[in-house]
Ligand binder design. Structure first.
Ligand code: FAD
Length: 474
């Protein structure tokens, strides 16, 4: 029997399930079709498991180095089974929470693979869509007035570099490792690659990062990338930038992988026990029935307007499947805008330059708005203010005084164009900068917001004062 809905969402990841909750709040009869587990990549194979592992790694490294704090801990051992168990417990708890939210919102969740069949023959409304899903042997038909495609993404590899899931892995397999390797080559020094490099190094794994661009974290402000690179090297991580990995040179032996990369005009060889490929993610656009619609796919991603409608105005697409900033908070906010638009709530489009981006390595990196280079390319006459954590008492107390906060400001009108941070707990501090950008605050206003002492946030106040040469502690 076909069931009718105001909205059917394909994919119950961060984008899909948040959209479902907003739809339920707005009184829309809503169903989610999910082929694996509600919560998607972020909860089961992304943000949460990686941060749980990062935290265990950080505690391990800190405990080993606790003498600096006057804490003599004796022999420190790692029980990696327990590390994974803790990770899973956190995931399970959050998974339970999301399932509860679905029930609370009276959202129907169908477990199976959804596919758009095209304009429904059952529907009294021309142009509506049917969704078919397979659940074991059963097939069922859902007839929604609106659809949101939120099928997310999966890891990409380099052409010719085959992922075998054991010796050559992506983050999907690495998250479930039962044992740590002695050494690893990480192909790709972007966000995921650097988080893994930091985590594995903290766990005591010998890490080599091969990055194609001339710096790690190449989308961050140049000074931040440079500082990260310096700190990774200081910890003993081997970082090779401007390295073009040659997939055809991959050689696997029992217990080792070897690959060559072109670097400064030479071919260099790298060997380790395992390899992690973190070179980006590709959208899940296959097998979901797009061929039955007018929906357009460009460079592998579904194209939409700024309220996330595809070429078929009642089919929306959000999250990783549309590309852009592939982040959980972006996916969920896009879901909210799409739902509010279909419910005639007139939401404002998203200004992506207001969205904070974070890297949860040690030290952390966080940013919002334009880098200094981007601001200059856009024709702004910029001034900057920078303040080091070395002069921040709380950072010294924590024993984590590497890094800085940097503001990029329009000289003409004091608009804050971007804020960039590298250092302790900056992923929790970036929201002040995000709010400042949303509220159009000036560096003067941030500088004259009295930041508590001692706190890491003093670095933001001081960096704001530094824009006009008025920082107190420099
Ligand atoms: P997804 O979360 O991928 O959800 C898509 C869902 O659709 C999946 O559950 C999938 O099973 C389902 N699906 C696919 N096809 C079908 C179908 N045909 N029928 C039914 N269901 C289907 N982002 C952050 O903001 N912060 C972080 O710290 C962070 N860390 C990350 C770490 C790693 C290792 C990775 C891989 C990603 C990380 N991300 C992080 C990115 C974040 O996970 C994604 O941006 C986010 O999950 C995108 O949400 P989504 O809803 O678009 O897609």
């Amino acid at each position: 029997m076909a069931q009718e809905y105001d909205l059917v969402i394909l994919g119950g990841g961060t984008g899909g399930y948040v959209a479902a909750i907003r739809a339920s709040q707005l009184g829309l009869k809503t169903a989610v079709v999910e082929k694996k587990k509600i919560g998607g990549t972020c909860l089961h194979a992304g943000c949460i498991p990686s941060k749980a592992l990062l935290r265990s790694a950080e505690v391990f490294a800190q405990t080993k180095n606790s003498e600096e704090f006057g804490v003599i801990s004796g022999e420190v051992k790692l029980d990696f089974f327990k590390v994974q168990e803790r990770k899973q417990k956190i995931i399970d708890q959050l998974h339970g929470g999301v399932q509860h939210l679905m029930k609370q919102g009276k959202i129907d969740v169908f477990y199976g693979t959804g596919r758009i069949l095209g304009p429904s023959i059952f529907s009294p409304m021309p142009g509506t869509i049917s969704v078919e899903f397979e659940n074991g042997d059963e097939n069922e038909m859902l007839i929604p007035k609106n659809v949101i495609v939120a099928t997310g993404s999966r890891p990409r590899s380099l052409p010719g570099l085959e992922i075998d899931g054991t010796q050559v892995m992506t983050s999907d397999e690495a998250l479930s490792l039962e044992e740590l390797p002695k050494s690893i080559i990480i192909v790709g020094g972007g966000v995921i690659g650097i988080e893994w490099a930091s985590m594995l190094d903290d766990f005591g794994v010998e890490v080599t990062v091969l990055e194609y661009a001339d710096r790690v974290l190449p989308t961050e402000d140049k000074e931040v990338s440079k500082e990260m690179q310096r700190l990774l090297k200081k910890r003993g991580i081997k970082v090779v930038t401007s390295a073009k990995v040659l997939p055809e040179t991959l050689e696997k032996a029992d217990g080792s992988v070897t690959i060559k990369a072109e670097h400064k005009g030479e071919e260099k060889s790298f060997t380790a026990e395992k390899m992690l490929v973190s070179v980006g993610r590709q959208a899940n656009v296959e097998g979901i029935g797009l061929e039955n619609t007018e929906i357009q796919v460009e460079k592998g991603f579904i194209t939409t307007n700024d309220r996330f409608q595809t070429k078929e105005s009642h089919i929306y697409a959000i999250g990783d499947v549309i590309g852009g900033l592939q982040l959980a908070h972006v996916a969920s906010h896009e879901g909210i805008v799409a739902v509010e638009h279909m419910a005639n709530e007139n939401p404002a489009p998203i200004d992506y330059s207001m969205i904070s981006k974070c890297v949860y390595s040690s030290p952390e990196v966080a940013s919002v708005g334009y880098t200094e280079e981007e601001a200059k390319e856009k024709g702004f006459d910029v001034k900057t203010g920078k303040f080091s954590f070395r002069a921040i008492g709380k950072a010294l107390v924590y024993g984590e005084s590497d890094g800085f906060v940097k503001l990029v400001v329009n000289k003409e009108n004091d608009d804050i164009l971007g804020v960039h941070m590298i250092g302790p707990h900056v992923t929790d501090m970036i929201s002040e900068a995000g709010l400042a950008r949303v509220l159009d605050a000036t560096p003067w206003e941030i500088g004259h917001t009295i930041h508590p002492h001692p706190s890491l946030s003093e670095a933001i106040g001081e960096a704001a004062l530094a824009v006009d040469g008025k920082a107190i502690h420099s």
